[in-house]
Design a protein around this ligand. Structure first.
Ligand SMILES: C[S@@+](CC[C@H](N)C(=O)[O-])C[C@H]1O[C@@H](n2cnc3c(N)ncnc32)[C@H](O)[C@@H]1O
Length: 297
């Protein structure tokens, strides 16, 4: 395996000033796009936002009409995420980078996990990890592993570069996680994630085992905010990241606890501190890609 598997050589790992707030004020009446919207990126983006992108979707009202109020949690999540389409988020990223020093980035590569496939994937690997952690002798975890569904959740999940937060919300439906966190560099997509997290608590939780896990996203740089090092299960959708960035990521990841899992998309972590335990091809918004599961040795 090598990073020759990269789809592109661009990465998003630089901090950049993006002063735009993409959050519409609650209750702001919709208005038509201002003139010049196709040439002025800010106006175009604002028109998108003011006309529905990233707005609160009233899942409860929609569910009542469509008769799926009692749908499974994954179905409620998929309904919630319908409002935040990957292609629109990709456009928002493109617009936000226009006129910044990062405008040369290949922003077309913005992509996301596909919730249903991703949930199946993380459940399979988190289950093994939860059992291992229980066998390590931690009393709380041992009790949890032998307990009921509602007490099984003990693990902490992190998404590094969490975008609109879809993997964080998906992990929150896995019975093995008690805490699901995301860290995202771009304010524009982080703003969408914050709304979705809020709506998740209101409209999707609790998950099917009756548990409402702790879910949060924060705006930051994963190379500065290193809170993720204590996580049990880390995901990084790093398809577009270059070798230097991957090496930097791997050097921090080497601080993680023994047995912890680190999943990358497409490219493996260049590190001797991990062994690759699985490579599962799963669906992402851009198609099927290898999700590489590393275990900290
Ligand atoms: C391909 S998207 C993945 C989104 C999400 N993880 C998913 O799979 O649904 C990668 C994200 O990583 C973010 N990112 C890149 N470098 C970062 C850094 N140093 N700190 C935090 N986020 C970063 C990008 O802004 C982008 O939103």
């Amino acid at each position: 395996m090598s990073c020759s598997r990269h789809l592109t050589t661009h990465c998003f790992n630089r901090t950049h000033p993006i002063p735009l707030s993409f959050l519409p004020a609650r209750g702001t009446p919709r208005r038509s796009a201002p003139s010049g919207v196709m040439t002025d990126p800010t106006a175009r983006l604002r028109a998108l936002v003011e006309n529905g992108v990233a707005k609160r979707f009233d899942l409860r009202a929609w569910s009542a009409q469509s008769g799926c109020a009692r749908a499974r949690a994954i179905e409620r999540l998929e309904t919630l995420l319908e409002q935040a389409r990957p292609d629109v988020i990709k456009l928002i990223v493109m617009e936000s980078l226009q006129g910044t020093p990062e405008s040369d980035l290949d922003v077309m590569v913005y992509g996301e996990c596909a919730p249903r496939a991703f949930l199946e994937f993380i459940n399979a690997h988190a289950r093994t990890l939860a059992l291992e952690r229980a066998e390590e002798g931690d009393d709380t975890r041992r009790r949890a592993a032998s307990g009921t569904a509602s007490t099984r959740a003990t693990l902490t999940y992190y998404d590094l570069g969490s975008g609109a937060g879809k993997s964080v919300l998906t992990a929150a439906l896995s019975p093995y996680f008690a805490r699901c966190r995301g860290i995202e560099l771009l304010p524009c997509v982080h703003a969408i994630a914050e709304i979705l997290v809020e709506d998740f608590s209101r409209d999707v939780a609790p998950r099917d085992d009756g548990v409402s896990p702790s879910v949060s996203v924060s705006l930051g740089d994963i190379f500065v905010d290193l809170s993720w090092i204590d996580a049990d299960f880390v995901f990084c959708n790093c398809v577009t990241w270059d070798e230097a960035t991957m090496a930097r990521l791997a050097s921090h990841a080497a601080e993680m606890r023994r047995g912890s899992l680190f999943v990358t998309a497409l490219c493996p972590l260049p590190s001797d501190a991990f062994e690759v335990v699985a490579e599962d091809e799963i669906d992402f918004s851009w198609g099927r890609v290898d999700a590489i599961v590393h275990r900290k040795t």
